[in-house]
Ligand binder design. Structure first.
Ligand SMILES: Cc1ncc(COP(=O)(O)O)c(C=O)c1O
Length: 455
């Protein structure tokens, strides 16, 4: 049967194939489709049902163990006992919101802000990264009086109406409203920067052109927002410092720089606690106006936040008030405090740096045997492996699909990144060890060997 076209990465399960699944799986997929409806997606040609997690492992309904090389929310490891205990204890004690005085939220906020540059002075809590980006955009628009927003080509920032409208990875750049402009992602491997002295200068120039275009259409520029690791665009991390020139362009245009740290934040990139910090230098610290964080913040407990320079929120605070029923509630804060403590006490940022370097070296070694691997890039435990057709160098989506599903059969979980669906997204919990990296590379070798026989 011809596959109906689905929006989103091609490693999603195609509902037209339900009948080919094992009976138990097919029944659950049918019931899920009947109840949750058609807009949700499942991973893999054969969706997998997990019942338990521990560290870097997930266990399916039959008790099989899978190596998790994909999930960044459980950054401290699945079901981390310290985080679970903190949540359970708080649930059994008190769970109220931010309209009452509470020591824990103030202590956590002080702790969190201490990880940011001094100029970032306030934090406001939400439940999801989408809301955090939504709030950041509201504040930016209020501050500047503008509406124009600039994003990258395949950006994803979340699901609220406003944020879906600035997320071309959802509906393509054709879906963007007139107040949104896009720029190509800063892809150092595939961008022709001739005429510019650096990738950073080239990228700043792209953004300047869109600021000018907004102005030419009578739209006042409000904000530039970028995921500091450009995850949905394909993972672009090099050269370190390339975002510095664009920061200056935005400031000069009177706009606001929003650093979306939902993906790279909390030590994942190894070299820095926050992705934007990779773009700081001794002479020029990189300080965004607003920062959004989420995903690993609660190791699974829904908590996210918008952080800011105090001056950015002045007008908004004068004209508006802010309350989010669950944002910053006591249970979420207990989880977030435990996560921050675990990141520090278990040295997870340093582990991300060490194991990430080790893994990239091993993947580059693997690439010497597979001309299908065109590039291995990233920082810390955020890595993209780019797959191409060796003869032409063209993106190899078919191979990516085969490898992702092959790894799933080998009980290794992995995702995809990028506009052209030809990058493996390697983004495991930060407790990933060198031995886990060895297992992953060995299984990837096996999946590539199987897949490249025919591709
Ligand atoms: C870069 C980025 N920003 C924002 C979000 C939205 O976060 P949430 O799904 O928690 O709303 C995501 C989610 O994938 C993301 O990757």
């Amino acid at each position: 049967m011809a596959s109906p076209r689905q929006v989103g990465p091609s490693n999603y399960f195609n509902p037209a194939s339900i009948d080919a699944l094992p009976e138990g799986t097919a029944n659950l997929v049918r019931r899920r489709l009947a109840t949750l409806g058609p807009a949700y997606r499942l991973f893999y040609d054969e969706p997998v049902e997990f019942v338990r997690g521990s560290g870097v492992h997930l266990y399916d309904v039959a008790g099989n163990e899978y190596l998790d090389v994909y999930n960044n929310v459980a950054s401290c490891g699945h079901a981390h006992p310290r985080v679970a205990a903190a949540i359970a204890q708080q649930a059994a004690t008190l769970s109220t919101h931010t309209r009452y005085l509470n020591q824990a939220i103030v202590r956590y906020s002080e702790d969190l802000l201490a990880t940011m540059p001094d100029a970032i002075g306030h934090v406001m809590y939400t439940c999801t990264g989408s809301e955090a980006c939504d709030l950041a955009l509201r504040i930016a628009k209020h501050r500047t009086g503008g509406t124009g927003v600039i994003v990258t080509r395949n950006a994803y920032h979340g699901v609220t109406t406003e944020i879906a409208a600035i997320s071309p990875s959802l509906g393509g750049v054709e879906s963007l409203p007139p107040w949104v402009r896009w720029v190509p992602a800063p892809d150092s491997a595939h961008t022709d920067i001739s005429g510019c002295s650096s990738l950073g200068e080239w990228f700043a120039d792209q953004v300047q052109q869109q600021i000018d275009d907004l102005a030419a259409h009578g739209i006042r520029f409000a904000a530039f927002i970028a995921d500091s690791i450009f995850a949905s665009d394909g993972v672009f991390s090099d050269p370190v410092g390339f975002l510095a020139p664009v920061r200056a362009v935005i400031e000069a245009a009177g706009g606001v720089y929003i650093a979306d740290e939902v993906q790279p934040g909390f030590g994942r990139t190894g070299s820095a606690m926050w992705g934007f910090d990779r773009h700081s230098s001794a002479e020029q610290p990189f300080v965004p106006d607003l920062v959004t964080i989420g995903k690993p913040m609660g190791n699974g407990m829904p908590i996210a936040a918008t952080l800011m320079r105090p001056e950015v929120i002045e007008e908004f605070a004068r004209d508006m008030r802010y309350f989010n029923t669950y944002g910053g509630n006591a249970m979420a804060i207990a989880a977030a405090q435990a996560v921050l403590d675990v990141i520090r006490d278990e040295g997870l940022q340093a582990n991300a740096a060490d194991v990430g370097d080790y893994l990239r070296r091993a993947l580059r070694e693997l690439a010497t045997r597979y001309p299908h691997i065109a590039d291995v890039r990233g920082d810390g435990l955020f890595i993209a492996v780019e797959l191409v057709i060796p003869e032409s160098g063209e993106p190899n989506e078919a191979l990516m699909l085969s490898v992702v599903n092959g790894l799933r059969r080998r009980r290794v979980l992995i995702g995809t990144a990028g506009l052209l669906n030809n990058n493996l997204k390697v983004r495991p919990p930060l407790v990933f060890s060198r031995a886990d990296a060895d297992r992953f590379v060995s299984e990837l070798d096996g999946a590539l060997a199987e897949s490249t026989v025919t591709s």
